[in-house]
Ligand binder design. Structure first.
Ligand SMILES: [Zn+2]
Length: 248
C-alpha cells in the first residue's frame, strides 16, 4: 500500500497495486521487462536480455484507491477480458498482418471505458486536469459523449516489447499515449486533425448501447513493438537497416 492521489476519485487515499491491463486479461504471471534509456542509446535494444528490470506478478501501478479499483472491476473488467480472449485466440490461430473477423457477444462501450481508464492510470494525476472529459467518460458507465479531440485506436500485437508510453507530445501527431500488452495495442490520440493511418479507430464504440450482446466485424493490423517510441511499428530488420544507414 502507498498513500497518494487516486487517479479516478482524485482523493488522497491508500492506493493499491492496480494491474494494467487487468490480471484476468493475461496479466497475472507475466514476466515483463522494459528497455532502459541507456540500452536504447547503446543500440543494443534489439537483443535486449532482461536482467535488472524483470518484474513478476504482472504489469501495473499504484494508482487507484480500493473503491475505484472495485468500480472498474465491477463494471469494465469482465467485458474487457472477454475481448482480450478474442484477441489472444486470433493471434494464436492465424498468421497475418491485417485480419478481419467477426466478434460476438461483446460490450464495446464498456471495453472502451476500460481502455480509457488504463490510459488514466498509466499517467500522472495532472493528466485528467488537462483532459477532464476522459475522467467523466470513465466514471459514468452510461455516458456516451466524448469530445472529438479524443481518438482511440486499436491493433493486435504478439511480438516485441510491452509499451507503456504516457502522454507524449509529438510534432506530427499531436498528443499520444500508447499501451501495448499482448494481445493488443491501444493508442490515445489527442488534438490531431489527421487520422492515424494503418490503425483501426474504435472511438465509435462509445455509440454502442450498453449491452453485452453486440456482434460486429472489425479489421485489425498486427504490429511488432521493438522500441519504446510511440507509433513505431518497424520490424527488427527495418530498424537494423535504419541504424546501418545512419552510420554512414
Ligand atoms: Zn479513488
Amino acid at each position: 500500500m502507498q498513500i497518494g492521489i487516486c487517479r479516478l476519485c482524485k482523493k488522497e487515499k491508500k492506493l493499491s497495486f492496480e494491474h494494467i491491463p487487468p490480471r484476468v486479461a493475461f496479466n497475472k504471471n507475466t514476466r515483463y521487462y522494459s528497455i532502459s534509456h541507456s540500452d536504447f542509446a547503446n543500440q543494443s535494444f534489439l537483443d535486449y536480455k532482461p536482467t535488472g528490470r524483470v518484474q513478476q506478478g504482472g504489469l501495473g501501478y499504484y494508482t487507484l484507491c480500493r473503491d475505484c479499483n472495485s468500480f472498474l472491476n465491477n463494471n469494465y473488467v469482465r467485458p474487457f477480458s472477454k475481448w482480450a480472449n478474442v484477441g489472444m485466440d486470433i493471434n494464436l490461430k492465424y498468421d497475418f498482418q491485417y485480419i478481419e473477423f467477426e466478434a460476438n457477444n461483446q460490450n464495446p462501450l464498456r471495453i472502451l471505458k476500460q481502455i480509457v481508464s488504463m490510459f488514466i492510470c498509466m499517467n500522472d494525476v495532472y493528466f485528467t486536469e488537462l483532459y477532464p472529459e476522459l475522467l467523466d467518460f470513465t466514471l459514468d458507465v452510461k455516458k456516451t459523449e466524448l469530445p472529438d479531440r479524443y481518438k482511440i485506436y486499436h491493433y493486435l500485437n504478439n511480438e516485441g516489447q510491452i509499451r507503456t508510453l504516457g502522454l507524449t507530445f509529438t510534432n506530427m501527431y499531436g498528443a499520444v499515449c500508447e499501451l501495448t500488452f499482448p494481445p493488443f495495442g491501444y493508442v490515445l490520440n489527442i488534438d490531431n486533425e489527421n487520422e492515424l493511418n494503418h490503425l483501426t479507430e474504435i472511438t465509435g464504440w462509445r455509440n454502442y448501447e450498453d449491452s453485452r450482446n453486440h456482434s460486429f466485424t472489425i479489421g485489425l493490423y498486427r504490429y511488432p513493438t521493438h522500441i519504446p517510441i510511440p507509433l513505431d511499428f518497424r520490424s527488427k530488420e527495418e530498424i537494423k537497416n535504419a541504424i546501418k544507414k545512419s552510420r554512414y
